[in-house]
Write a protein that binds this ligand. Structure first.
Ligand code: ATP
Ligand code: MG
Length: 563
């Protein structure tokens, strides 16, 4: 990954726009658009396109439209239309009053198709879909003309009108652009621009039974709205000739420039709506907003802040060469953002009971602890300390190996913001041998964490007071896949075979310090020594809180970068 090397704001699309503005190519502010097809939820790859389109428009005093590319009635749903708007807004972008639908242009698109027929530049083809494919030829062989290619204009107009009227079943006829069946670019071999589809559309209902194809719709929608720069991903590079052909053949007020960039690929993720739908429908995940999903709704629920995602999109840059970005960079951006603003609190995920034998029964003292050591404005809270505490089970070992510096029999450690404690003995279940509780003593002279005699301890542990702690479920998330490229197994193994069985680890017996009792839905915390966590927006209840691990504390990216 070299994108962090480049200056963050400069990219080739931005340079094109700067040149166009300097050359006064447009007598008006620039206009871009984000054109999702409402056939799934948005993912982090879309965030790259959103940040680019809205970001460039904002930077150069232009505007960016949100346009639903809703030409495929059978796969599109209102749920997606709504989630997409929510996600774009959440990312921090505003289309103001410019919310458009390609379906709003169906009448005008139909009229444009009629114009093409009248010019002799489109014809109704009655070959089957299979035959059309056969006739198209290959990269090395030219295609063959359809036997319907030379239908007369009048006949084409009549058939097209009857297609619209619903006189024919699906698949019997299509309208094709009449370009060149021997064109080296296969896209130009008389592409289909309209097909019959007797299906209800989520906005136009049963008004239409013919629907325009992407290549015909997209360029005309751009032209209708007055888009200046039509930014899309590289797979549309070959379609640019058709984009330009349609706009050149028709009388349109504006001819936007299509510019392609490399789509975002991310390790340990699949960024394809089709595959994500499969994960949802086959219940590999709990839904589109499962915190393991790379969907915007998933990462939002996971606790990734929108600023971190915008920052990530800035850092990965925009290029024309395909590349895969390391998930660790995304996590690094999240960590960097939360490091400054998440209050630091104590939570014990796998509790083990600690009894302080020399602490008076029934006594509680409240110890002041800052929410962020480097950021005093974040304030502080008081932590209750009492005779019975919980610490993390793996912070204790009965028979520790050499490098284990935490609690062990006879060993003294510091409890964060509290006292030194020393382990006296261990109580075990007589039958199973399982450790039930640790008995310790505390040194009242060490309140606040230091010993007056200057003696040192090698570890500082987090803890909570047993009687004051609140119970919670904490969900630990790991990569959804066991390999960085689940999509490209050489032997063709399906990506679902690589789902990580440990991608979700629910811990149901966690104990949180009492200040977390009023944690707001979605709010972020650092659990000291454990990572960043947020209150789950779906399953958390006042009486039964649920926290998601957003990201661990360890900065793997820093390691990679410093290599
Ligand atoms: P998928 O391939 O997952 O079905 P799509 O490209 O069909 O996605 P659209 O709804 O058509 O999804 O995408 C809307 C816009 O987002 C398009 O301009 C598309 O180029 C862009 N986009 C989609 N995926 C990515 C990605 N991974 N990186 C950057 N831009 C993307
Ligand atoms: Mg698409």
């Amino acid at each position: 990954m070299s994108s962090t090397d480049q200056s963050p704001t400069s990219n080739f699309i931005r340079n094109i726009i700067i040149d166009d503005i300097q050359a006064q190519k447009y007598k008006r502010p620039i206009m871009t658009r984000f054109p999702p097809e409402p056939n799934g939820y948005l993912h982090i790859g879309h965030a790259k396109s959103i940040c680019l389109n809205f970001g460039l428009a904002a930077e150069f005093g232009g505007v960016c439209n949100l346009r639903f590319d809703d030409t495929n009635p059978s796969k599109e749903e209102i749920e997606y239309v709504e989630s997409i708007q929510e996600d774009v807004r959440w990312l921090g972008f505003d289309w103001e009053s410019r919310l458009y639908y390609a379906s709003d242009y169906f009448n005008r698109l139909y009229d444009h198709a009629v114009q093409l027929i009248q010019k002799g530049k489109a014809y109704v083809c009655s070959l089957s879909a299979d035959d059309i494919r056969q006739y198209r030829g290959t990269l090395t062989e030219p295609g063959k003309d359809s036997p319907y290619r030379n239908r007369l204009v009048e006949e084409n107009l009549d058939l097209f009108a009857r297609m619209r009227n619903g006189d024919f079943p699906d698949g019997t006829h299509v309208l094709r652009a009449k370009i060149d069946m021997a064109a080296p670019n296969l896209v130009m071999r008389d592409p289909t621009i309209y097909r019959i589809r007797h299906a209800s559309h989520h906005r136009t209902g049963d008004t239409w039974c013919i629907y325009p194809m992407y290549d015909f719709t997209h360029c005309l929608s751009d032209a209708i709205e007055g888009i200046t720069h039509s930014i899309c991903t590289l797979e549309f590079e070959n379609n640019r000739s058709l984009y330009d052909w349609v706009l050149d053949e028709l009388e349109v007020a504006c001819h936007p420039q299509q510019i392609e960039f490399a789509r975002l690929n991310l390790t340990y993720a699949v960024l394809s709506k089709r595959k994500m739908i499969e994960l949802v429908e086959k219940k590999y995940v709990s839904g589109w907003n499962d915190p393991r999903m790379p969907s915007i709704s998933g990462i939002r629920r996971r606790g990734y802040p929108p600023e971190a995602i915008r920052n990530f999109c800035e850092r990965i840059g925009v290029a024309r060469r395909d590349s895969t970005v390391d998930m660790a960079l995304l996590e690094h951006c999240v960590r960097e953002n939360l490091n400054d603003r998440a209050p630091r609190v104590m939570a014990v995920l796998n509790p083990i009971r600690v009894v302080i034998d020399n602490y008076p029964e029934g006594q509680v003292e409240w110890l002041e602890a800052p929410y962020h050591p480097e950021n005093p404005q974040m304030g502080s809270r008081n932590l209750p300390f009492s005779k019975t505490l919980f610490i993390e089970a793996d912070d204790f070992m009965e028979d520790p190996p050499k490098k284990f510096y935490r609690l062990a029999p006879g060993r003294e450690v510091r409890l964060r913001y509290a006292f030194f404690i020393k382990c006296a003995y261990v109580v075990k279940d007589e039958i199973t041998g399982k450790i039930l509780e640790l008995h310790c003593t505390y040194d009242p002279e060490t309140r606040g964490g230091g010993a007056p005699d200057g003696r040192k301890v090698k570890a500082t542990l987090h803890w909570v007071s047993a009687d004051h702690a609140i119970g919670a479920e904490v969900r630990l998330y790991n990569h959804l896949f066991t390999r960085p490229d689940p999509d490209s197994a050489k032997d063709g193994t399906d990506f679902k075979e690589f789902i990580n069985p440990d991608s979700l680890i629910p811990l149901t017996d966690c104990r949180l310090e009492p200040a977390l009792a009023d944690a707001a839905s979605g709010s972020h915390y650092q659990f000291e020594r454990l990572g960043y966590f947020c209150v789950d927006t779906v399953d958390s209840r006042q009486t039964a809180p649920v926290f998601n691990r957003t990201v661990t504390l360890k900065d793997e990216w820093a390691k990679i970068r410093n290599k």
